[in-house]
Design a protein around this ligand. Structure first.
Ligand SMILES: Cc1ncc(C[n+]2csc(CCOP(=O)(O)OP(=O)(O)O)c2C)c(N)n1
Ligand code: SF4
Length: 252
């Protein structure tokens, strides 16, 4: 019997494999849009290995037509470090939430930054643990009510919000790129994402972008309150801008 030609899967980039699963009003899809457009404009989709953490970031695991890997909570940074060390030609992206990056995975983030691993970390800061129902995170604001701080976060007993980019800027060498963007300024966020990826492409070193983001589901906010929380309350603690740019003027 003659061998029938097998149908070829079209080589698609813009097509999602499935509809996304984020809540209405979530900030993750905006951050992912910035990342997706940056990857496309840099024409690196064939080289990217996209790692996502446990948390709502994992809802991105079948979102892009990229080689992807999903890890235990907080472990995306060392997994992408390993992938990059095994194959330096890839562009390694570790995508995670603030719980994954600053709580359970903080040692991995600190160690990778200190060693100037040539990977890029994108961290979504929505001030709490989104996927598990809104528990307090290292980024929870003083006074913010969460599932585990029902009377509001008390800094006397639980500390102040972690300033991730400031910490990473302090522990990295001159070849790191470090910035904080926000989903309320997507153009700027995309520029930061591109610069972070370019830092890796040029072989300079570690790059890190925190994105201030939205979680109306766990914040219990309507549309107006959601943006107010991001642009007024979060902005008081988390300053948007570039903190470290190898050899160039900063934006922000
Ligand atoms: C090792 C491990 N510890 C705890 C959990 C439970 N867990 C799943 S998602 C999550 C919180 C995720 O929050 P965050 O990283 O801030 O991401 P978000 O969902 O807000 O995007 C936790 C604690 C887990 N899956 N694995
Ligand atoms: S729980 Fe929050 S972070 Fe998770 S998908 Fe819903 S809005 Fe987004």
């Amino acid at each position: 019997m003659a061998v029938q030609p097998q149908p070829q899967m079209p080589k698609v980039w813009r097509t999602e494999t499935k509809p996304h699963k984020f809540c209405p009003g979530c900030g993750h899809p905006l951050v992912l849009k910035a990342i997706g457009e940056a990857i496309e404009e840099l024409v690196i989709e064939e080289r990217v290995v996209f790692g996502c953490d446990i948390g709502c970031s994992l809802l991105a695991w079948d979102f892009f037509n990229l080689d992807s890997i999903q890890t235990h909570h907080g472990r995306t940074t060392p997994v992408i470090t390993g992938v990059k060390r095994a194959n330096p030609d890839i562009i390694g992206i570790a995508y995670m939430g603030d719980g994954g990056g600053y709580a359970i995975g903080s040692q991995h983030l600190v160690n990778a930054a200190t060693r100037n691993e040539k990977i890029t970390v994108f961290l979504v800061n929505n001030t709490q643990y989104g996927m598990t129902g809104g528990q307090m995170a290292p980024t929870t604001l003083p006074g913010q009510k969460t599932e585990t701080s029902p009377y509001g976060r008390d800094p006397e007993t639980t500390g102040y919000p972690t300033l991730g980019p400031e910490m990473i800027a302090a522990i990295t060498g001159p070849n790191a790129y470090v910035a904080r963007g926000t989903v309320s300024n997507l153009r700027q966020l995309k520029r930061m994402v591109k610069r972070a990826l370019e830092n890796q492409m040029e072989g300079r070193g570690f790059s890190f972008v925190e994105a201030l983001s939205l979680c109306p589901t766990n914040w219990g906010t309507n549309a107006e309150e959601t943006w107010h929380w991001l642009e007024e309350d979060m902005a008081k603690y988390f300053k948007v801008g570039e903190l470290k740019v190898p050899g160039e003027a900063k934006e922000g």
